[in-house]
Each structure stands twice: as structure tokens, then as C-alpha cells.
Design a protein around this ligand. Sequence first.
Ligand SMILES: [Fe+2]
Ligand SMILES: [Zn+2]
Length: 462
Amino acid sequence: MISPRAIAAVSRVRLRDAACAASLRRLVGNTTTNPGLIPGARIRAIHGNSAQQAQQIEQSPQLTSPQLSQTDSQVVVHWGDGRSSTFDNQFLYDHCRCPSCFHPKTKQRLKTLGPVNPDVRINSIEVKEGAVHITWGTDPAHHSSFPLNFLQQASYDPPLFNRDQLLDRVPLKLWGSSIAENPPTVTYDSVMPDKAGADAEKGVMKWLEKVHDYGFCFVTGVPTTATATEELIRRMSFIRETHYGGFWAFTADMSKGDLAYSNEGLPAHTDTPYFTDPAGLQIFHCLSHPCPPGTGGETLLVDAFYVADQVAKRDPAAYETLSRLAVPFHASGNDGTMLRPPVSQPILRHDHMGRLQQARWNNEDRCVLGEGWSPAEIREWYAAARLFGDICTSKEAEYWVKLTPGTVVVIDNWRVMHGRAAFTGQRTMSGAYVGADDWRSRRRALLKQFSSADSSEWSFGW
Ligand SMILES: [Fe+2]
Ligand SMILES: [Zn+2]
């Protein structure tokens, strides 16, 4: 699953020093800034690899003729440039992708873990035609062939390859208020088949790339009806149903127990922090707000990853606090709804490699703090949250825009916060949520569809 952009990066890839396992996990940057290093902490990165990091990995010139050595339970591939990768026999046997171990159509593992045990032995092994071929001492004997580039990419002892490229994790573009000069935008005509024809899917890919890179994207020229808005959203992905419904259109009538249904101003926030899996995309379309006589209602967007980056630079300990202390959220304002995730998460949530993946910032929906916290941590959290909030509301971070009917905004709700100014007059909004996994899946599938990269069985399941 390598995107066209990743291909360029992969072509510059070099096997890295075996001693670099730790530095693979080091702070990774983004196109605009590097987040601050947090000494001693595992949390150290804004999501996304930098061009700089990609350049540190290059194809080994001797990849085609490595040497092998073995113990009873391990295979060592010596790449020919002083570096080597050690693989446990169990790992290799488990990752066989012959048609009896891996379904070529469904891309699913067919072998159970039963035969994958510490006693699995190798009868013979050789390097030939760009692959390591193994005959296993199983009964009956089993043959596996591992392409050398797979072994390079899958090397874990030590890690030699940045898997970001395989997962289409391209650098994020953090932004502040100056995004107003050139906000990410696509046209309605470029994504709808009856307008763009065969290129419409490519249009959707470009749309999702902007959502991925910037955390939001406008769509201009959208017909100002609920039907057209819903159709546009469904071009992108499924709609996620919640206690607010699926696709919604409403005026400020407090029909639901949420401030969104009022005409009050709302500070920058992420939606649905009270779900275990908060909404992935928040999509809005102001269908009508005649001004005059109406006033206000400007939309506020703030890049929470930019804010996090600023916090890390100014006060690494505050960043660590916001990344560690779990904050409970709830939604209790609707009859019959008592939402609160069983596992509370910190404001800044990182993946297993310490990359920032999600911000939950919603002062209105916060529950009672302090379960499992020390008195000192209460004070630390308020100080850290105040710093986050101060940067959030700074001139440098806030992007205000008056959205008029015909312009839809798609927001990555795991990253970009939204808010609005108070308003008067009759205002009709429509929109929907889309699941985080769903839009990411659609983006990656489109990247694969329009890429000429490897689509063998070895390119799946990273
Ligand atoms: Fe909201
Ligand atoms: Zn097999």
C-alpha cells in the first residue's frame, strides 16, 4: 500500500545503521516544525514522518546478495553492508504467504498458531532470485519464500525500515491562523461523477489527501440543499449514526441536549470526546443564514496538533502531563443517553510508537477530574490545560472564517478543533459524522487504486 508520494520517498530509502533502532523511534518532525523532545518520555512525536527521516533510509546496494546464518531457532540475514536482521523461526513460519498460509483474495491468514511453536525447525534455506527460500522440517515439509524487500521492511531486530511509508503516513502540515491565506479546498464538481466523470474518484482521493494533510478541507460550489449535502458526504464514506442521528439538518432550537443546538458562541473543541472512538470527521454545511438580518455565526478552526506542538516547545512537562493523565468525558444532556467511555484517555493520545494521533479537547463535556491522580497531578493538569487553552485561543492559532451556503467544511475531528461565534437570525445547518477508520480506509484504498506500487500479497496487512 504505497502511495505515489511514498514511492518517491521509498526510492530514496537506505538501510539504516543497525544501531539506529532507538532513533527510529526518535522524535519525528513535520513539514513546518519539530515538536519538542520530552526527555525520558515515550511520547515524543507529532504524527507523520518527515522528508528528512525518509531520506535516512535508502535501498541497500547489496540487497540482492545477502548471506544467511542460522541457529536452531533463528535466521540471520547479513545484508552485505555490515548490517544484519535476525528473525525468529516462529516469526518466519507465521508470516509465510504461500496460498495455503495466506488467502490470495481475502488477504487473510489461513494458518493457526498451533504449528507456530518454538520447535519449528528449518531443513534447508537459500537466497535465490531476490528471495529467501525455506524448507521447513514440518511433516509434511512446507516451503516458504520471503522476498528480500519484505524481510528488509519487516526487520524487527533491528528495525531497518520506516513503516510509515507502507501505511501512507505522510507528513502532516501543521498550521496556524495564516492558513486563512490559502485554505485547503476542492470543488464540488471535482468529486461528483456526474460532473467529473471518470476522474471523480481521483477527485475524492485529492479531497481526502487534503483532509489528511491539513486536518480539514472546504468543498465549494455545493448545491445548498440537504439532499446534495448528504450525497456529497456519502461520496466520501459511510455516515456514522449517533444519538444525534445520521445525517442531520437543524436550526438553533435546542431539540437536542447539546450547546450545538443553541445560538451561543462555542470555543474551539473536538466533538464526541465521550465516545471510546470519537467521530472521525465532522462535516458541516450552512444551508442558510440570511445576513442581514442575521449576524455572527463565523466558524472557528484550530489545529490541535499545532497547539500541541507549541505546548511541547514551551513546556515539555506540560505536554507530557496532557499526554499521560486520563480525562473522563460524558454526554448526559439527552434523555436515554448516558455516555462515558469505560477507558478514559488523555487529552493527547499517542500510538504505540509515541506519535500523536488524537486530541480530545472539549471543556464543556469534561467530567469530574482526579480519579487515580495525586494532588500534585491535579495542579499539574490545570497548569498544562491552561497553557493548551491559552495557545488555542491565541491569534496565531485561531482561524476564523464566515462560511456561506455552498461551502461545506470537512474536519478531522481527531485533530482539528472547531467552534463558532454567537449568532442571531435563522440559521440552518446540516452535516454528519464519519468514522475515523472509515475515511482513512477510503483514502488508502484510493491511494492504492491510483498507484503503480507493489500490490502483491506482501504489500498487505502492515
Ligand atoms: Fe461541535
Ligand atoms: Zn505457507
